[in-house]
Design a protein around this ligand. Structure first.
Ligand code: NAD
Length: 427
């Protein structure tokens, strides 16, 4: 990100990687809750990690090779579950961190899955759709022994979408010799996807944010919101929050951001983005950088892009009173302490963005039963789970004098630890 040179391992001694953040969060809560040392040690490492080489043919006939990853952090509570990300910075440590967060997330939401994540270190902007299809099918073939409806169920993440999921589902199914819709979630409805999955993460963010505002005594229509990242999560969150009455004052994507104190119209931005390929350059709003977006005057900041954007360098400059983490790991461990000391109410990622995996769970259940729900059923059940999870974390935080993040981690880690202790250590 152009505005983020300070969070760079080569430049900054205070740099904190996503994996360091994830480990520090686990270690802190293990100490607070008095976690059994053996279980703590097990949870500090992923259960298994696969690194694959992904060769594929370019449109001009040449060959390109990228590195791909699939990590299972923990499968004690059920099959592994987690997204697949295509981005240049993807590496083993990032995927390990994202897989660990998935483990806690599923446990907090009460979903019978473990945590996984995967990715390919690729810049999708350098490739045609055909090249991405060939790359995806080869990557799916390479991780085939890891995945399956009872083993590990991938889903979309950054720069992957329902089309990518359909290529993975088809590749897996062709190898098995029968259709296996339950191998991925976030796929098109035509091949066993769930209604409501597309907007589920953003809808879940909205439900927990509204629960937080209720606790803070703030009305939905009196808050201003800034959203970093205008993709599947941030873009739909902007629309939902706008439609619900919030004033969306700033949005951004990788190319830059927009600010308008009176509020932005997501529909107009969507029209501009469809033509220009970016929110940047939208007329009728002031251009801002991604760094400026994090610091705009607003009530609620929703990071919905990448990890590590709020660091010790800029945490003091965040002016929002609520940070609702739609992205995974947007706030480093050290920056989180600064926000906490300043009284910023942080709704942590493992709670805030669990709407996606919740409806992925619904999709998997529907695929297994071959019985599909209405969109109202999906959204109603999602709301119940999100509101209950928020209240559980909030009440627990209050009862133990913890931050929302500590409380969420405690609940997630405790449920996974319980499963370990109940099952016992093999052999
Ligand atoms: P996406 O690829 O659809 O959108 C990502 C957005 O972030 C794009 O607008 C992109 O331009 C922007 N972006 C990328 N790099 C950036 C940078 N360096 N600075 C500023 N903006 C940048 O991805 P998504 O699915 O919306 O995922 C966004 C975040 O939400 C990720 O952290 C992901 O792990 C998390 N998440 C996604 C889901 C899901 O269901 N898709 C579920 C839970 C969490």
């Amino acid at each position: 990100m152009e505005s983020e040179p300070e969070n760079d391992p080569g430049v900054d001694p205070s740099y904190e990687s996503a994996w360091e953040t994830a480990l520090a969060q686990l270690d802190e809560v293990a100490e607070l809750m008095g976690l059994a040392p053996g279980v703590h040690e097990i949870l500090r490492s992923p259960k298994r990690a696969l690194i694959v080489s992904v060769p594929f043919r370019m449109d001009d006939g040449s060959t390109r090779v990228y590195e791909g990853y699939r990590v299972h952090h923990n499968v004690t509570r059920g099959p592994a579950k987690g997204g697949i990300r295509y981005a240049p910075q993807v590496d083993l440590d990032e995927v390990k961190a994202l897989a660990m967060w998935m483990t806690w997330k599923c446990a907090i939401a009460g979903i019978p899955f473990g945590g996984a994540k995967g990715g390919v270190a690729v810049n999708v902007r350098e490739h045609s759709r055909d090249e991405l299809e060939r790359m995806t099918r080869r990557f799916a073939s390479e991780i085939l022994p890891f995945i399956g409806p009872e083993r590990d169920i991938p889903a979309p993440d950054m720069n992957t979408n329902e089309e990518v999921m359909s290529w993975i589902m088809d590749t897996y199914s062709m190898n098995r010799g029968y259709s296996a819709p339950g191998v991925v979630t976030g796929k098109p409805v035509a091949i066993g996807g769930s209604k409501g999955r597309g907007g589920a993460t953003s809808r879940g963010v909205m439900y927990v944010l509204f629960s937080a505002l209720k606790q803070l005594g703030r009305g939905i229509d009196e808050v201003s919101v800034a959203i970093q990242g205008y993709g599947k999560v941030g873009g739909i969150a902007a629309q939902l929050l706008h439609d619900a009455g919030c004033r969306v004052v700033a949005v951004s994507d990788i190319d830059g951001g927009l600010y308008r104190e009176k509020g932005l119209d997501p529909e107009a931005i969507n029209r501009h983005k469809r033509e220009a390929g970016t929110v940047s350059g939208f007329p009728g709003a002031d251009p801002i950088s991604n760094e400026e977006l994090l610091q705009v005057e607003c009530d609620v900041l929703v990071p919905a892009a990448i990890e590590g954007v709020i660091t010790v360098k800029n945490a003091d400059a965040v002016r929002a009173r609520v940070v609702c983490e739609a992205a995974n790991g947007p706030v480093t461990f050290e920056a989180d302490k600064i926000l906490g000391d300043r009284g910023v109410f942080v709704v942590p990622d493992i709670l805030a963005n669990s709407g996606g995996v919740t409806v992925s769970y619904f999709e998997w259940v529907q695929d297994i039963q071959a019985y599909f729900w209405t969109e109202e059923e999906v959204n109603d059940r999602l709301r119940l789970i999100m509101e209950r999870a928020f209240l559980e974390v909030h009440e627990f935080a209050a009862s133990k004098n913890l931050t929302m993040r500590q409380a969420a981690h405690w609940i997630g880690v405790e449920r996974v630890a319980d499963a370990h202790l109940t099952r016992g250590l093999f052999p």
